[in-house]
Design a protein around this ligand. Structure first.
Ligand SMILES: Cc1cc2nc3c(=O)[nH]c(=O)nc-3n(C[C@H](O)[C@H](O)[C@H](O)COP(=O)(O)OP(=O)(O)OC[C@H]3O[C@@H](n4cnc5c(N)ncnc54)[C@H](O)[C@@H]3O)c2cc1C
Length: 501
């Protein structure tokens, strides 16, 4: 019997362990052990069900709160696990985004796709941008491409930061007002160092193909509208949304994956401190000194942790992985009484541009974005604090973080000054988000090339090719398949796969 040890119980590690289990169930003589330093599975997926003193309960996602429909991995795994019916789409009837401008909230104009306007009237009438700013955005229609790519070249050969790209095509206001908080925000990234090729290569490709982002996004919007017109919702069919979650929160997914793998195969609350070679495989050392013998190891941890553990395997891999900076953030869920919330609740989120110099990064109105997140008469929100340029804020005490989020939210939404949350908590994500800086893809390629030559070893997770949950699951599955092949097992699975992003 061959044994695979997976380090890390986030979705990447679970994706790897569950993949090994499927090979085992298909008759291969292999087993798996998953080691996770926390006392629970899920990593950046963490749901708590919190009772309200007056009855009912909140479904509180402290980390990820959604997965996208366009990448199939989550739905595919949910189907295998029998939890597909627990998937719920976002409440798109409330889907509006508000942007902080001074002390006001301005709605993101209709037709803005990522950061490019595709509808004239909403752009003309919004107070989000100045008139010079709007005219500068329109220049995108006539500005020539920066350069023509030679045949065979890709976005990676012409990488650029989000900041330089958006400012070049559409001007500073387009960056400061929307691209930075919306596009940079997905990766909690500093736009001045964020690699477009590693995060949104489609923007660079669009410039090549259409010569203009406005034209490119316009075409994309029309294609989507045409597709929806061709495929109207069938009666009884769940409404489609770009964003989805589970009825009882995102934790449903790691919990179900953990159950399918089996509690007996999990070592929770145990930290791996070293990985090294043994006479005929690998030796994985835990923080209490216990060692696990393994025929193969999958390392599915954060970049900083992966760099430390990979040093016992390949110094160059450790060095390269260690070059991925990670930014910290804090999520502060807060529930208020309905009577303290005299504002229109038809929105999903507030974005706070960095130029506003506020401690808050964003707010999600969970009880409007999702069904059944809060008891009747309560409003559930999540404030985000931190990010790459405000790392120091995440060191504050829980009390200070809650008060910061409360004060900001109360002020922005015009709630009574004294409005106190019925419930509040703090989730800290130290080094929680890897930053894909310029050169990221080159580093990842070199890591992949080196790891490919190390039999019985693989790496997975958000540090490599995509931070989204579906990407991380697939990276775990690919890592498991690599070590299964190294061990001589050839268990193929047919599956549709999303773009590696
Ligand atoms: C606040 C926040 C909100 C997000 N929102 C979304 C969202 O809505 N949608 C989305 O798609 N993505 C979102 N993301 C990104 C996404 O959640 C993550 O990129 C993804 O879950 C990472 O999965 P992973 O398995 O690669 O890593 P992780 O979830 O980080 O798991 C790694 C695990 O390894 C464990 N570990 C580390 N070192 C050791 C060790 N030495 N020994 C044992 N265990 C170890 C850690 O404890 C951790 O559990 C969000 C991220 C954050 C931080």
């Amino acid at each position: 019997m061959k044994r695979v040890v997976v380090v890390g119980g986030g979705v990447a590690g679970l994706g790897a362990a569950y993949r090994v289990m499927r090979a085992r169930q298909a008759g291969h003589d292999v087993d798996v052990v998953l080691v996770e330093q926390a006392g629970r599975l899920g990593g950046k997926l963490a749901t708590d069900i919190v009772p309200d003193p007056d009855g009912g309960s909140y479904v509180v996602d402290g980390g990820s709160d959604a997965f996208v429909s366009t990448k199939p991995a989550v739905r595919r795994i949910a189907r295998m696990l029998g939890i597909e019916d627990d998937i719920v789409p976002a409440r798109d009837e409330n889907k509006r985004t508000l942007i902080v401008k001074g002390s006001r909230l301005v709605e993101l104009p209709d037709g803005i796709m990522m950061f490019a306007p595709t509808k004239l009237l909403p752009l003309a009438t919004t107070s989000l941008y100045s008139w010079p700013g709007k005219l500068r955005m329109a220049l995108d229609l006539v500005l020539p491409r920066k350069e023509r790519w030679a045949p065979g070249e890709t976005a990676k050969d012409h990488d650029e930061t989000l900041e330089s790209f958006v400012v070049r095509r559409m001007g500073r206001e387009a960056l400061d007002r929307v691209a930075e908080p919306l596009v940079g925000g997905v990766h909690a990234s500093d736009p001045s160092v964020m690699s477009l090729a590693a995060t949104f290569p489609e923007f660079l490709e669009m410039e090549q193909k259409h010569g203009s982002l406005i034209r490119g996004f316009l075409e994309q919007r029309k294609a989507r509208e045409a597709m929806r017109a061709r495929q109207p919702a069938r009666p009884g069919q769940k409404p489609w949304s770009f964003f989805n979650t589970f009825v009882r929160g995102m934790q449903t997914l790691p919990d179900a994956m953990g159950s399918a793998i089996g509690a007996g195969r999990m070592l929770l609350g145990r930290r791996v401190v070293e990985i090294g070679r043994s006479a005929d495989g690998w030796r994985v050392t835990l923080d209490d000194g216990e060692t696990l013998e393994a025929d193969a190891v999958v390392l599915a941890v954060e970049a900083f942790s992966g760099a430390a553990l990979a040093s016992g395997v390949d110094a160059r891999v450790a060095e390269l992985v260690g070059q991925t900076p990670c930014s910290s953030s804090v999520t502060v869920p807060l529930a208020f009484r309905e009577e303290d919330c005299p504002f229109d609740q038809r929105w999903h989120g507030i974005l706070v541009p960095l130029v506003e110099k506020r401690p808050l990064l964003a707010v999600t109105l969970s009880s409007s974005k999702w069904p059944d997140r809060a008891p009747a008469g309560r409003v559930l929100m999540r404030g985000f604090i931190g990010g790459p340029r405000n790392q120091h804020l995440t060191d504050a005490s829980d009390e200070d973080l809650i008060e910061t989020a409360r004060k900001e939210i109360v002020g922005l939404l015009g709630m009574p000054d004294g409005a106190r949350p019925v419930f509040a908590s703090v989730y800290r994500w130290v080094g929680g988000m890897p930053q894909y800086t310029l050169g990221h893809l080159d580093r990842v390629e070199e890591v992949e090339e080196r790891v490919a030559t190390i039999a019985g070893f693989a790496m997975a997770g958000s540090a490599f090719r995509g931070v989204g949950i579906p990407n991380c699951i697939e990276s775990g599955e690919r890592a498991a398949e690599k070590v299964l092949r190294d061990l001589g097992f050839t268990h193929e699975e047919q599956r549709e796969s999303g773009p590696p992003r």
